[in-house]
Design a binder for this molecule. Sequence first.
Ligand code: SF4
Length: 291
Amino acid sequence: MQYELPLYRPPSEARSLIFQVTIGCSYNKCLFCGMYKGKRFRVRTFSEIEKDVKEMSQIYPYARRIFLADGDALTLETSYLLKILELMNKSFPYLERVSSYAGPTNLIHKTTQELRELKDARLELVYLGIETGNDDLLKKVKKGVSAAQMIEGCRKVVDAGIRLSTIILLGLGGIKGSRVHAKDSARVVNAIDPHYLACLTLMLGPLERTYEKIMGGDFKLVDKWQSLRELRWFVEDLELSDCLFGTQHASNYLPIRGHLPEDKDAILEVIDMALKTGGSRYLRSESDRGL
Ligand code: SF4
C-alpha cells in the first residue's frame, strides 16, 4: 500500500492501521492549518480502498484499530462510509475500533441517526478541532462554522454514542483576545461535554505573516506566560462530566494530564505553581517545543 504524503494521524492512533479514504481536507480553508494545503481534495474510489484493505488484511489479519485518513473522512456520504466500514469489519475479524478526523462543516450535513448507524458499524471515535468558542475568532480563522453550529455538530456525535476527542488552540486570539478566547472556549466545550479534550498552542511557522495580517495590525502572538494565563482562564471555567484532559502535545509549554471534573483543582494548582515561580523550571524550552 502506498500513502499519498504527507500523512497525519492523532498521537493516540500510533498503533492503528491507517487507510486513506479521502485525500486532503474537503474544507481546507482554516487560516492556521497548513496540513493539507499542498493536496487537492479527492474521494478515493471503492476499488482503490478495497485493494489497500485486501493487501493489509493479509499482512495484519489481527488488526484491532483502524484510522480513516486524511483530514476529514466524515465528509463522505454516510452510505459510502457504511460501505467502507462494512468492508473493514469483514476484512479484519478482530476489529474493535475505527476512528477518523472530522471537520465541523462535515457534521452540519450529518444527522444524529446517520452518526448512530456509523457507530453501529464500528466508528467509535471522532477527532475534531474546536479551536475556539469565540464567534469573532472562528470567523477570522475561517473555521466555517459559528460557535452555536460547533456545539450542534459536536453534540450530534456525542448523542450518537461516538466518543469525541476535541482540541482547543491556545493563543489563537493573540494577547489582546486571550481572555475572551479562553472564556468562550470553556463555554462551548462545556456545552459539548466531550470525552477527550486537548489544548495545543498555536505555532504558525511560515503562516505567521499572513495570520498577523488577517488578525489586524495590533495582533501579537502570546508568549509562554500569557499562554499559561490563558490555560488557567480556560480550565477554571470547565464544567465537564467525564473527560480526559491533556496538554502534553509538543506545542505546549506546560504538559499536564488529568481527568475532569475530579482533577480540576490539582490541574489549576500546577498551572498556578508554574505561573508563581516565574521561572521556566516547569516549562518546555522553546527548542523542545516543536512538531
Ligand atoms: S478542517 Fe481541519 S484539516 Fe481541514 S483546514 Fe481546517 S483544521 Fe485543517
